[in-house]
Design a protein around this ligand. Structure first.
Ligand code: ADP
Ligand code: MG
Length: 555
């Protein structure tokens, strides 16, 4: 029997698990159960889409078996199983190695849910077990296999005569130590609680033999032990439950269980829609920016279920790009299971669902802005840029959806304000919404072009993001007020007209132009300067800041 080494990254992660000082060890069970459930999903889905496979609902279950004598805890499933190659690939290598390097770059904070975070579920077994044995037989195979590992020194795979399809994971629990109690994972009550807490909504029954005291028939007060197989979980998925049965903690647990994020969600949205098309959805706005969010590696999308069965891990068509930060899932009775992924993209039903979801997210954000300003600002600081890109893309088609969600720093309020708020404060006769672009708030404050406007009491929006001005160019106007850069030649303010006596200075300007030559188009007296002697303005539609960005774009 050959002994194989774990891949380097897996090995490091394994070390982390084995030597984990991580207190929340109980979640290993959640991870193993969720793998078992995934494996049954795969089998179940196969059966539903292939008429040659017959199935009985009773055939699909998970069983948890504590054995006090041998100090083992076994998790049995009747899922799709693994072939020899799959054992090698799935349990010898960590798929999402990117997340490990992320962890190394960002020192772990105390109490961080490392496992939930990095999708390294299976390895969490080593937090509680010295040896992990996997017995498995894959769907369509005659030969079963045994995979075994005692941690860092590698693993073995050998043939094993297994009767039924599916997987058994046997954990040889660690010995109790002074500060760690592993016996708890052999206790029926404790196991029941853990399963209820984390895996209640798993769609398949999680069974366990439970010992009960029953009064002996005909006796008075004489009890005997009776062992009965019980289904521990309610099996109702959270999204099928009534909203008022659910607590915030339930939603947070689901977010974590699904690994939608490393953080707690800033907001959750539960949709239960009935009508021409019926669907349930649970959506989350993360509290923090996912580490790869502003990179090209980030993939948007929602989990898509049809009648409770997962058909797609990440369905991108359910979310517009500007809401790509939203995590969650959708389950609909009205989607056909057999549609292929390509067909799914054109599915009319799907488009209707996507539209409803988009509108809902928009409205929830608007109400967050109205009712929980601080939370909204936090949200905007994280994902506002994405909204602004949204305004910019598709030639401003998303304008209606997005314009009221935008915020910019205001010269007079010294904080983020909405366009609506700006408009409501405009001075009498003010024609434009003024903005100034620059690298930072401090820089813009010092711009000579802002001086007169500020002195006259006009509010200026500060654009510090590259995308700001591009987005505003697409908006063109908000409630019929056009946007105007403070650097543009004509600010449209009457009280500034006729301020300078051009004639007298003509000679000087000519001289300056001669000296500067082609560097400037012209030199003119300005109506907007106060304490600064000169400033740059532009004639066309594009501000100096925008020109800088355009000039630096790769061709
Ligand atoms: P993840 O579940 O995020 O993919 P895990 O570390 O939990 O990561 O599991 C790794 C892989 O091992 C799974 O993707 C799956 O292919 C395989 N696997 C784990 N447990 C089982 C099981 N009980 N039955 C079948 N395959 C399994
Ligand atoms: Mg897993």
């Amino acid at each position: 029997m050959e002994k194989k080494q774990f891949q380097a990254e897996s090995k490091r992660l394994l070390d982390l698990m084995i030597n984990s000082i991580y207190t929340n060890k109980e979640i290993f069970l959640r991870e193993l159960i969720s793998n078992a459930s995934d494996a049954i999903d795969k089998m179940y889905y196969k059966a539903l889409t292939d008429e040659n496979i017959s199935f009985n609902k009773e055939d699909y279950y998970i069983k948890v078996i504590p054995d006090k004598e041998n100090r083992t805890l076994t998790i049995v499933d009747t899922g799709i199983g693994m072939t020899k190659e799959e054992l090698d690939e799935n349990l010898g290598i960590i798929a999402k190695s990117g997340s490990l390097s992320f962890k190394q770059q960002n020192e772990l904070k105390d109490g961080y849910d490392i496992i939930g975070q990095f999708g390294v579920g299976f390895y969490s077994a080593f937090m509680v077990a010295d040896t992990v044995t996997v017995l498995t037989k894959a769907y369509g195979e005659n030969q079963g296999y045994k995979w075994e590992s005692s941690g860092a020194d590698g693993y073995t795979i050998e043939p094993y005569e297994k009767q039924d399809r599916g997987t058994e994971i046997i954990l040889k629990l660690k010995e109790n130590s002074e500060d760690e109690d592993y016996d708890q994972f052999l206790d029926q009550w404790r196991l029941k609680n853990i399963i209820k807490k984390y895996s209640d909504f798993i769609r398949y029954p999680i069974k366990m033999d439970v010992t009960k005291k029953v009064e002996k028939e005909g006796s008075k007060g004489e009890y005997i032990d009776v062992v009965e197989e019980e289904t521990i979980n309610s099996m109702v998925p959270i999204w099928r439950k009534n909203k008022n049965e659910l607590t915030e903690e339930d939603y947070h647990n689901f977010y974590q269980e699904k690994r939608f994020g490393f953080d707690k969600p800033l907001k959750y949205i539960h949709m239960a829609v009935d009508g021409t098309i019926s669907f349930n959805a649970i959506l989350y706005i993360p509290e923090n920016v996912p580490f790869d969010f502003y990179t090209k590696d980030y993939e948007k999308g929602l989990e898509l279920y049809s009648k409770g069965i997962l058909i797609m891990n990440r369905c991108p068509d359910l979310l517009p790009d500007y809401f790509s930060f939203v995590k969650g899932m959708v389950d609909s009775e009205d989607l056909s299971l057999n549609i292929s992924r390509e067909m799914l993209q054109q599915d009319r039903q799907l488009r209707i669902i996507a539209k409803r979801i988009k509108d809902k997210i928009k409205n929830e954000l608007l109400s967050l802005l109205k009712n929980e300003r601080e939370k909204y600002e936090k949200f905007f600081q994280n994902f506002g840029r994405q909204l602004k890109y949204g305004v910019y893309e598709n030639f401003g088609q998303n304008k209606e959806d997005l314009q009221d969600l935008l915020m910019f720093y205001s010269s007079t309020e010294k904080k983020l304000v909405t366009l609506e708020e700006y408009i409501s404060r405009m001075k009498e006769g003010q024609k434009y919404i003024y903005y100034a672009s620059g690298e930072s708030i401090e820089r813009i404050e010092k711009m000579p072009q802002t001086e007169v406007l500020k002195e006259k009491g006009y509010e200026i929006l500060f654009f510090t993001d590259d995308v700001d001005e591009f987005a505003i160019k697409m908006l063109r106007e908000y409630k019929e007020k056009e946007f105007k850069s403070v650097s543009s030649g004509d600010l449209g303010i009457e009280e500034l007209e006729g301020k300078t006596e051009e004639k007298e200075s003509e000679e000087i300007f000519k001289k300056i132009k001669e000296v500067l030559g082609d560097k400037v188009k012209g030199v003119k007296p300005s109506k907007i300067l106060k304490s600064h002697p000169v400033c740059l303005t532009v004639e066309g539609d594009i501000s100096i800041e925008m020109e800088k960005i355009l000039a630096n774009l790769p061709n």
